[in-house]
Write a protein that binds this ligand. Structure first.
Ligand code: FES
Length: 573
């Protein structure tokens, strides 16, 4: 029996009411009787430019659902756009996950097609799908077209940061900078670098939640719409086969996704999101698992910001299947995907068409360790560094701290000519973690002080409890846990303290004696917050730390009973 029949079947006054609601939309329930109701969760919004093409994608999904014999019912959800949302779209990831989960739970939906694109929309929908556990397939809007500026391809995000440093160093003029602004985002779609959006949609594919080979199709390519139609057809079959996320999102699937992330040199944000999605299924995914797999997974994909090329080249080279095929012997090939076939069966058909973009295992861009987890007294629960986008000469470094107490302090002083900073300094930013702002913004790529840029120094070690954009780069230690606002050691760092970063040894250490730290801790006072009410208050009170995925504590099931609980459908609204 279809779940939706609990709403629509029978000759009761309640079923009458539900069917009459369908009729009010011009839908004849008799024609659709016995057909699965497919929700189309659309995160289209004009407040989210990256998801602008999802109306077209939704139309294609609708066509596919109808062709396969289902009834498509589209609904809008909140949308999380990285560009406009302040202080951070991450603040609202859990809210979107709740929105999607509860909409699915409370409505006559048998299966759902999830339409995502910009960074946080993908993990939010996957968290919701994992919790609701109705048959679900995800489709994205794709990366935006690549434009050229002065003869060179420009990549979203990465080239903004790069050229802004050139403006500050006096190498390009503000008029040239304006020219770049007009062309860097030249179509609908997500960032065309291997930023968080492309990383997360690629990992959705690697997890088995998207049709193979589809995540990297450009937003403007007609195959994007054809794949959306295919997703619409497939979800109807998934309902018939009762193929739910709990059968796809297994611990083995998460290992496959982590390996793919590492080969991609993908976004550090994926670490937080994968932990959060796994948490919804009551799997604990420790940071140590990322580090363990990192040590044996080569870095293969030459895409900005870790490499040079952009998403159009990646898709032409074979996309995610081509990367996973290179990792074949490291993957769990028996993991199930939304197609009903296994990862291994799909990889039999995968090919790489451009070795400049996706390297062979025997000629990797880096042997292993694209992401590393460092630990020590400064980050007892760990911190993350994207070694593939960092400077080799800073991988082992000891220097004196230049401390910014919060983001406003950093903005006010980082370019002050009087700032006591040199190339050996370690820049430290506090109060930028999950609870600290609140919302765990992408402030971790602290700008290199202008006075260093003018001397040709483009990278220094930077440490914070913040995140950074997937399009960013540099020797940046992120997600320090526990964060400063939760009383982590980071809160106790003072100007001039010596900090040692040793990525090969996976160590981060504050060279301050324990008794001195104990005195500082005794004097430390938790920061006050202006957020006394509303969603930010809920967030501060319930968000978990970075190493736990930053979900809300009450959204993670604590037992198998909680995991499997399905609310009954009874009575009137
Ligand atoms: Fe939306 Fe990059 S800002 S995908």
């Amino acid at each position: 029996m279809l779940r939706s029949e609990q709403w629509f079947s029978g000759r009761t006054d309640l079923a009458f009411q539900h069917r009459s609601a369908l009729r009010s939309m011009g839908i004849d329930p008799q024609f659709y009787a016995g057909r699965p109701v497919i929700g189309i969760a659309n995160s289209w919004s004009e407040l989210n430019n990256c998801n602008r093409n999802l109306k077209d994608v939704a139309e294609s999904v609708r066509r596919g659902v109808l062709a396969a014999g289902g009834l498509p019912l589209e609904f809008s959800t909140i949308s999380l756009g990285e560009e406009f949302m302040k202080p951070s779209a991450m603040l609202y990831r859990n809210l979107m996950a709740m929105d999607v989960e509860e909409t699915l739970r409370s409505n006559p939906v048998d299966g759902v097609v999830l339409l995502c694109n910009c960074d946080k929309t993908t993990p939010a929908q996957l968290m919701a799908a994992a919790s609701a556990d109705l048959p679900a397939i995800q489709i994205n809007g794709g990366p935006r077209a690549v434009s050229r500026w002065r003869g060179e391809a420009v990549g979203s995000g990465t080239d903004i940061w790069r050229y802004w440093d050139e403006v500050r160093a006096g190498k390009i003029t503000l008029d040239e900078w304006d020219e770049l602004e007009a062309c860097i985002a030249c179509s609908a779609g997500a960032c065309n670098t291997m930023g968080t959006a492309s990383t997360m949609t690629g990992l959705s594919e690697a997890l088995g939640m998207m049709l193979p080979g589809t995540s990297s199709i450009p937003a403007t390519d007609a195959r994007r719409l054809a794949s959306a139609e295919a997703a619409g057809r497939r979800i109807v079959q998934m309902v018939e086969q009762d193929l739910r996320p709990s059968k796809i999102l297994t611990p083995h699937a998460f290992d496959n996704a982590i390996r793919t992330l590492l080969a991609l040199g993908g976004s550090t944000n994926a670490v937080v999101h994968l932990i959060a999605i796994a948490g919804r299924l009551n799997y604990t995914l420790p940071l140590s698992r990322f580090d363990e797999l990192s040590r044996t997974t080569p870095f293969l994909v030459n895409l900005a910001p870790s490499g040079k090329l952009l998403m159009d080249a990646f898709h032409g080279a074979g996309g995610i299947p081509a990367v996973m095929n290179e990792l074949r012997d490291l993957l769990h090939l028996d993991s199930l995907t939304v197609t009903g076939s296994t990862v291994g069966q799909h990889l039999d058909k995968a090919r790489c068409y451009d070795r400049e973009v996706i390297r062979e295992r025997s000629k990797p861009l880096g042997e292993a360790g694209a992401l590393a987890i460092v630990q020590g007294n400064l980050a007892p629960h760990g911190a993350v560094i994207k070694a593939s986008a960092a400077s080799k000469h800073l991988m082992q470094h000891r220097g004196r701290a230049v401390v910014f107490e919060n983001y406003a302090d950093m903005l006010a002083r980082v370019n002050d000519p009087a700032l006591p900073v040199d190339e050996h300094s370690v820049l430290v930013l506090k109060q930028a973690g999950p609870k600290g702002v609140p919302g765990f913004p992408e402030w971790g790529m602290i700008p290199v002080p202008t006075k260093l840029l003018e001397r040709g120094i483009t990278d220094v070690v930077r440490i914070s409890d913040s995140r950074m954009s997937g399009t960013s780069f540099g020797t940046v230690v992120l997600h320090v846990s526990p964060e400063a606002a939760a009383g982590g050691t980071l809160a106790l760092v003072e100007n001039g303290d010596e900090i040692e970063l040793d990525v090969p040894a996976r160590r981060i250490h504050l060279h301050v004696a324990d008794d001195v730290l104990a005195k500082r801790r005794a004097a430390w006072k938790p920061p006050t917050t202006a957020h006394l009410r509303g969603y930010p208050r809920l967030y501060i009170d319930h968000v978990l730390q970075a190493h736990e995925g930053c979900d809300f504590d009450f959204l993670r099931p604590r037992t198998d009973e909680e995991l499997k609980f399905v609310p009954p459908v009874v009575g009137r609204s």
